[in-house]
Design a protein. Structure first.
Length: 101
């Protein structure tokens, strides 16, 4: 089963023109219009996880952030091929138990 926050994030950035981005608050407001501030930390945390998987890029002032060291106002957008490759190269290798036959 897919996470509704993940689905909302990926659907919103998929609908964007190339190079365009959204604020994480847009997703939070869509999911919980009355209490979107409570949803925002969950949206940001999931966006960070998706960035580490190469599924999106978090930017600050138009530049991709370091997923291990950033703060402040950010935006979300589709990753470039290079950004996806970089994110995947940073992932730790799969443990032998994690590999299916």
């Amino acid at each position: 089963m897919s996470d509704p926050i993940e689905t909302a994030i990926l659907n919103k950035i998929a609908a964007l023109e190339p190079g365009k981005s959204i604020e994480p608050a847009e997703v939070a407001k869509e999911l919980q219009p009355e209490q979107w501030q409570r949803m925002l930390p969950k949206v940001r945390a999931l966006a960070l996880s998706l960035m580490r998987q190469g599924k999106l890029t978090i930017t600050k002032k138009g530049k991709p952030v370091d997923p291990d060291n950033f703060r402040g106002v950010t935006r979300l957008r589709q990753p470039t091929e290079e950004e996806t490759a970089l994110a995947l190269s940073r992932r730790p290798p799969a443990a032998k138990d994690d590999i299916e036959d």
